[in-house]
Ligand binder design. Structure first.
Ligand SMILES: [Zn+2]
Length: 290
């Protein structure tokens, strides 16, 4: 029997050739979709791979619509960059002792609901639609830097590190009941209603919305802020109604407001010296663009 050569993506899989396509050699994980892709064998190889503690899934072509790793614990960094699948990657209830890397030209949706991520979560390049993080616990940085549209759904999630969502278009950002302990950085155009959902969220650290294009109703109703937080809107454009209802944070800088100007109440800087409880009780607000 002839000796098998390395898979084209050996640096990721460390597997040997299984199928030849033209001049390229592939293992069963990296073989592109087609009749030669043996789904049963793929499942067996993935099971062996996981049993050896492997977690590098870069450039893998998953033959199933929604590959599932639900409930699994990964002790090493997990890398799905460049992986391809048709629907939603199921990483619900999963524990990641180290980081998670997601994104790529064929990357679809991913569900990390109720996952616990002890290292950084990084989403790079592209994700075609939804990053779901409902009730997830992210103990480190959560950085989303994508070059197209993204929806982030993080109802009741806990972010111990800073959350950054930098995208060309932010389709939605749902942070109801979420806890953000080191602030939020947004970049990009936010165009859908009802806007960023902060209901009942607890927010510590600074809100950095510089250069954002906010075509929405920006409201912080019911959110609980740290009294020392600041809101930075330098260079931002707000096209719709902007309501700082119940917001004790200090607006530090404002960008251009296309419909009317925003004038924070003169007493607002004093809020920095108020104690947390009195700030929370305060329900001062101002409106623009009405
Ligand atoms: Zn391979």
């Amino acid at each position: 029997m002839a000796e098998r050569a390395q898979c084209k993506y050996f640096e990721a899989c460390e597997l040997l050739e299984d199928t030849r396509v033209g001049d390229d050699l592939y293992c069963v994980l990296h073989l592109p979709p087609g009749p030669a892709k043996d789904v049963q064998k793929f499942g067996q190889v993935v099971a062996d791979y996981l049993a050896k503690g492997r977690s590098d899934f870069r450039w893998v072509y998953f033959p199933t619509e929604s590959p599932s790793f639900q409930g699994r614990r990964f002790q090493e960094a997990v890398d799905f960059r460049g992986a391809s699948f048709g629907g939603m990657l199921n990483l619900t209830d999963t524990t990641f002792d180290r980081g998670v890397f997601l994104g790529g030209p064929e990357f679809r949706n991913v569900d990390l609901s109720r996952a616990r991520v002890r290292g950084p979560l990084r989403v790079e390049g592209r994700i075609s639609n939804t990053l779901r993080l409902h009730q997830a616990v992210l103990e480190n940085l959560a950085e989303v830097r994508v070059d197209d549209r993204i929806h982030v759904q993080a109802y009741a999630a806990r972010f111990d590190g800073k959350l950054s969502v930098h995208a060309q278009v932010i389709g939605s950002l749902e942070l109801q009941d979420a806890s953000l302990r080191h602030g939020l950085s947004l970049r990009g155009r936010y165009e859908s209603t009802p806007g960023v959902r902060f209901e009942r969220a607890r927010i510590e650290g600074d809100l950095d919305f510089r250069e954002c294009d906010l075509d929405l109703h920006l409201a912080f109703n019911e959110a609980v802020f740290d009294p020392n937080s600041t809101l930075d809107l330098e260079g931002a454009r707000v096209h719709g109604t902007f309501v700082l209802a119940g917001l004790p944070v200090i607006p530090r800088r404002f960008g251009s407001m296309e419909q009317g100007s925003i004038k924070p109440p003169v007493s607002r800087p004093l809020l920095a010296r108020r104690d947390r409880e009195s700030s929370r009780r305060r329900s001062g607000h101002f409106l623009a663009g009405l």
